[in-house]
Write a protein that binds this ligand. Structure first.
Ligand code: DX5
Ligand code: ZN
Length: 233
């Protein structure tokens, strides 16, 4: 995985057809997405349950590009090897998932996987400053984690702007997760985000058999984000 800060659209398969995940992954990639975002939930850290390592292993052959695994689970360390073995290119753990985030990030990198740090809307940036040499991505949650289709929490835009300044020219992605649409994408792209997780805004109105809708949804979000970059230049 080489690093560049161009806008990347990362559809979350939380909003996909769970009965057809392999075909959905193939469809969103064929229709122009950059990463595939896999929302792992344990019913403990967040009030929902989704995918285990075996599901990720099953969909891996259907993802030609980056499989971006977002672990909304606690505790997390015991499961890292399973998601790495399943083929994750990025594994993101939540700062709030336990007392030893530094050890978790060390363990992710020791598995040869890019390390992501996710922070909830109620969490500040203080701890991030101490972890900049341990991470390849910061995932700023713009909804409270657990479900797709929630309303974007606009107070997080300033956090993105501060984070972008903190990161400087380090090769660290800023990923936004939750409520990203063609309306909200410009706000976060203009503030310095480069990876946009989008669930309902990509999958709404489409299906594997009507995947052209995915393409128009992806393009609308990308164009809106890139237009904001032009304005910010
Ligand atoms: C929420 C998930 C998000 C969510 C995004 O806990 O982490 O990735 O699926 O879905 P939308 O884009 O519909 O808010
Ligand atoms: Zn996510």
């Amino acid at each position: 995985m080489s690093f560049d800060r161009s806008i990347k659209i990362a559809p979350s398969i939380l909003s996909a057809d769970f009965a057809n995940l392999g075909a959905e992954c193939r469809a969103i990639e064929a229709e122009g997405c950059d990463w595939v975002h896999v929302d792992v939930m344990d019913g403990h850290f967040v009030p929902n349950i989704t995918f285990g390592p075996d599901t990720c292993k099953a969909i891996r052959p259907h993802i030609g590009g980056v499989m971006d695994v977002h672990l909304m689970i606690a505790p997390v360390d015991a499961y890292l090897a399973g998601y790495a073995a399943a083929g994750a290119d990025v594994i993101t753990a939540h700062l709030e998932a336990g007392p030893h985030i530094h050890r978790t990030l060390q363990a992710i990198r020791a598995l040869g996987v890019k390390a992501g740090l996710a922070i909830n809307p109620g969490t500040g940036l203080d701890a991030v400053a101490n972890l900049l040499d341990m991470i390849d991505l910061v995932c700023v949650m713009t909804v409270n984690p657990g479900f797709g289709g929630q309303k974007f929490i606009s107070s997080q835009v300033d956090k993105v702007r501060q984070l972008r300044r903190m990161i400087g020219d380090r090769p660290i992605h800023i990923e936004i997760d939750g409520g990203v649409t063609a309306e909200t994408a410009p706000l976060v792209a203009g503030a310095g985000a480069d990876v946009l997780v989008t669930g309902s805004a990509v999958f709404k109105g489409g299906s594997v058999s009507a995947s052209h809708v995915y393409r128009s949804n992806i393009n609308a979000i990308r164009l809106a984000a890139e237009a904001a970059l032009v304005r910010a230049a």
